[in-house]
Design a binder for this molecule. Sequence first.
Ligand SMILES: Nc1ncnc2c1ncn2[C@@H]1O[C@H](COP(=O)(O)OP(=O)(O)OP(=O)(O)O)[C@@H](O)[C@H]1O
Ligand SMILES: [Mg+2]
Length: 362
Amino acid sequence: MAFIEKIKLQNFKSHTLFEKNIPSNNIVIHGNNGIGKTNLLESLSFFSNSKGMRANKLENFLQKQNNIQSEFAQAECQLKQSNYSTNISYKIYKQADQISKNFFIDSKKSSNLQIANLVNFIWLSPHMDKIMYEEGSIKKKFIDKIISNLNQDFSRYLSDFKKLSEERIALLTNSHDIKWISIVESKMAILFYLILIERRKKIKDLNILAEEKLKLFSRFKINISNELEKYLFDEKKCIIEIEKIFFNNRSLDTSIKRNTFSPNTDRVTFFNRTKNLNSELCSTGEQKSILLSIILAFGWMYKQRNIQFILLFDEISSHIDEKNMENFFTEVAKFETQAWYTGTKKNIFQVIDNKAFFIDLA
Ligand SMILES: Nc1ncnc2c1ncn2[C@@H]1O[C@H](COP(=O)(O)OP(=O)(O)OP(=O)(O)O)[C@@H](O)[C@H]1O
Ligand SMILES: [Mg+2]
């Protein structure tokens, strides 16, 4: 189990200097709007993704005061793991006209990936609520992110497919080299197949873990479908079918300068197993619970693989009633890992009162 026992932020957004020893596995950061609660979680999320949980540009992390931007922003954490302790940190800094970043492990220059070998951060923030009410492709992107975190190859499949798609369109519009177009389409078809298979494998794992592990909280099932479904059990047949569709789409794709057939044709939906209803027909709170449950199932995927992780929950209590909140805390406790929560009100966290460390940012 990995947990942060000390945190220090310098010039990170609104935090000029923030330093705290953390004596607990549950941390509740509370205080009024704009006091810096989310910024604090964001500083931790940066260790796992250098855009942070709010997908910021690097320059936005540097503190701005009276229109003057600080020269650097820095975060440092003492990370405790079983019987040893590691210092992980990063510095975002201005260099000439550029903003750069460096990660360190025990003062030695390092990378996000090396830090991921020590600890990963999983987060949920209010802007992710839109996953539940916006159109289907955002659900697929969310699931793709989870899968990418579990399998580095998967993000490579996605980016390679994108590059080849661009190459195909360029070839179709400019060179008309039929032989080369076919080669590109064959490569794309293999990646297409791999993406579809990996999505289904990981979604199956998430569904199984949700059923096995989430006894108290919202029960969900992720569904995925594609017109290729009936071919998926036969790799060769499926790849040939994909190549056929690419071939038939050549003139259409040339005219609109876009690949109409891609792994984006996968449709991902969420199903509420308690209600036997698709998530679109669920209430706001029920939808939020599904989202929280998927995050919990993701946590179980990490736990099953012995990957160390820390949870960051920004304002999760919005739309969740007291009983559900209590069940949620119980589910999180089963991970036996550190969880950071934020909230404008302290009373939501009453049920974990004696187990939590409260930070009042006021
Ligand atoms: N680069 C920056 N430099 C200085 N302040 C910043 C910077 N970026 C954002 N801020 C400010 O940091 C403050 C705290 O933001 P944060 O999102 O952490 O608030 P919060 O406590 O989570 O509030 P809420 O309860 O509304 O979610 C905001 O007033 C925001 O404008
Ligand atoms: Mg906030």
